[in-house]
Design a protein around this ligand. Structure first.
Ligand SMILES: CNC(=O)c1cccc(C)c1Nc1nc(N2CCN(c3ccccc3Cl)CC2)nc(N2CSC[C@H]2C(=O)NC)n1
Ligand code: NI
Length: 186
């Protein structure tokens, strides 16, 4: 089980590297890595367990954040209400954004990252809608279209595989600058 001590923090060069593509069939090591990353997200989203183990909650965790420079990220986006099915639950490999909207999107409350202890305030400017192609753990190629919060989460996690952190996208002169081409997402 991963604890916060196992999460690599900003400053560790692994977070600024281009991660290597994963090959299929997955090695036993990569299968365990995938399971462990998803387990972190599940436990981190449980208020009792995240308190017990002092875990920061997250909806995404990329392999570089646990010290493995591999193109793999776990994503667990809860549904709207407590007992809903998750909006997305899976570990994606070698993801590529194959198309995106002209319109930008940003979380109106800004973004947080498990690898960045001090929140950096400001709008993180991203694409509002994306089409992502990736391989699932079985090595099958999947293509999905996303918008709003799920699209933001996928972009944040895919960035980690290319050595990009969320604050790289914040306007340094005016972090909360608004523009009409950006949709601000609750
Ligand atoms: C600085 N202000 C803020 O962070 C911020 C502030 C307010 C609102 C938002 C929406 C903000 N933004 C933000 N909130 C989140 N969570 C909301 C709470 N949630 C969660 C918490 C508890 C249990 C279960 C769950 Cl599910 C976990 C996820 N997550 C991300 N990010 C950026 S994309 C990857 C994703 C990530 O997992 N980060 C660790 N951003
Ligand atoms: Ni992050």
């Amino acid at each position: 089980m991963y604890l916060m001590k196992d999460i690599t923090r900003d400053g560790n060069p692994v977070l600024r590297q281009e991660a290597s593509k994963v090959t299929f069939p997955l090695s036993a090591e990569n299968e365990k890595l995938a399971a462990d990353m998803m387990e972190y997200l599940v436990i981190s989203q449980d208020e009792t367990l995240n308190e017990k183990y002092k875990l920061r909650p997250g909806v995404g965790l990329a392999a570089p954040q646990v010290g493995h420079s591999k193109q793999m990220t776990a994503i667990l986006i809860p549904g709207e209400y407590e007992d809903d099915e998750p909006l997305f639950k899976g570990v994606i490999c070698n993801p590529v954004i194959i198309s995106h909207s002209v319109q930008n999107g940003a979380l109106e409350m800004g973004e947080g990252c498990l690898s960045v202890d001090e929140d950096v305030p400001g709008f993180v400017i991203r694409h509002e809608r994306i089409t992502v192609r990736f391989q699932n753990l079985a090595g099958e190629t999947v293509k999905i279209r996303l918008k709003d919060y799920p699209a933001i989460v996928f972009q944040h996690e895919i960035d980690h595989l290319h050595g990009i952190l969320y604050y790289d996208h914040i306007n340094k002169l005016d972090p909360w600058a608004e523009d009409e081409d950006t949709k601000y997402i609750k």
